[in-house]
Design a protein around this ligand. Structure first.
Ligand code: 1CP
Length: 358
């Protein structure tokens, strides 16, 4: 990586700091992986955790979208369950299903299965991050990430992907002490993971709380926000921008902003102008194209990309992204065109205009 002292801040880091720049940064959640034919050449059989824990393969998979698209960030190829996996709790990612536990978390006795983790448990991640930082150009920062306590707990308590999160919510309401003990351990997992990533060269972090949108704001504030805030506060001293994301979080955006991130992710349901009002302009926003559009014809996609940019109204604190991850059926050529369009037509001059910026 070339890092001349006087080189300008990369567009992603400028936008995260709310600074105007000559290009709206763009990256795509889940930009690596199942939408790319080159991914299947290296993925291998079995659990995705095998590929994640093989530094050479994880590095290659992370780099694939960076080579293919003109994007402003790389995101470490890993999964939110990686720290739970290395702890030996007993979680795997079952192909075609997602995270599964043979013995889900049900009682205080299970806390003992969640031993603290440290850098020694994350050797493959250290190697992957270092290899990536060596390869990535200065303008393309590596984003590290972790799962937020609520979304991780959902997998541990439900034992598999869920539609209603009934078990994890029941634990939260009926056994608040147990819930807080679990969430606190998972916050420590996120902190250990993110510290390892940043210590080795990640230049931004994203805390994924994908499923938190199923909670009422009052419950979010009581049961979830303190734990996510603990993770984000632990990152404050590391001097990297913190992104915080969930889906279906229109009602939670202000509370998520209060958890302590510089940038809050917005899914496709809430226009960026509304999200900015709800967060009082105190955070940057990331989003928020509907990922379903990635398999639609360009004539349909273009006005929607335009609309996202117009909704943002030229505000400098905008990182263009999807409202959730790239779907397996996405057309990579559409992704490439979106990145190009955002760079050509987006403006982050801070003057509220929406004309082409170059
Ligand atoms: O850019 C990238 O592709 C990075 C890779 C990445 C990320 C950011 C993977 C690899 N997982 C994640 C994060 C992740 N994992 C989240 C947060 C982001 C989001 O909301 O999409 C969540 C909720 C998970 C849990 C998970 N892992 C699921 C979802 C299941 C559910 O509840 O519906 C699934 C299907 C996985 C498996 C997985 N992780 C990653 C990949 C490429 C896959 C697909 C399976 C495979 O190829 O075997």
């Amino acid at each position: 990586m070339s890092t001349p002292l006087e080189s300008p801040l990369p567009p992603l880091l400028r936008a995260a700091a709310g600074l105007p720049g000559d290009r709206v940064p763009v990256w795509f959640m889940r930009q690596a992986g199942r939408s790319l034919p080159e991914y299947f050449e290296v993925r291998g059989e079995g659990s995705i955790l095998q590929a994640i824990s093989d530094a050479e393969r994880a590095t290659e998979i992370t780099m694939q979208p960076v080579r293919r698209y003109d994007i402003d960030a790389a995101i470490l190829f890993s999964d939110i369950v990686t720290p739970v996996w290395v702890s030996g709790f007993g979680i795997d990612i079952t192909p075609g299903v997602g995270p599964t536990c043979d013995r889900p978390f049900t009682s205080a006795a299970d806390l003992e299965r969640l031993r603290p983790i440290d850098d020694d448990d994350l050797g493959f991640q250290t190697d992957t991050v270092r290899a990536l930082v060596d390869q990535l150009p200065h303008e393309v920062p590596l984003i590290g990430f972790a799962g937020a306590p609520y979304t991780l707990a959902a997998y541990l308590v439900e034992g598999r992907p869920s539609k209603d999160y009934a078990k994890v919510k029941a634990m939260m309401f009926a056994e608040p002490e147990l819930w807080h003990a679990l969430a606190d351990r998972l916050a420590d997992y996120a902190i250990a993971t993110l510290r390892n990533q940043v210590a080795n060269g990640a230049r931004a972090v994203q805390l994924f709380d994908s499923w938190v949108g199923g909670l009422r704001p009052e419950h979010y504030r009581e049961f979830v926000q303190p734990h996510s805030a603990k993770v984000l506060a632990a990152m404050a001293e590391l001097d990297v921008p913190r992104f915080h994301f969930g889906i279906n979080t229109g009602e939670l955006l202000a509370d998520m902003a209060d958890a302590g991130a510089e940038v809050v992710g917005v899914d496709w349901r809430t226009p960026l102008s509304v999200a900015r009002e709800r967060t009082g302009g105190r955070v940057g926003l990331q989003g928020n194209l509907d990922p379903a559009l990635l398999s639609a014809p360009w004539e349909v996609v273009e006005p929607e990309v335009r609309r996202v940019l117009d909704d943002n109204g030229g505000h400098p604190g905008h990182v263009f992204n999807l409202g959730h991850g790239v779907t397996p059926s996405a057309n990579p050529e559409t992704i490439a065109r979106i990145a190009e369009y955002v760079h050509t037509h987006g403006t982050a001059m801070g003057d509220g205009s929406t004309g082409a910026a170059g």
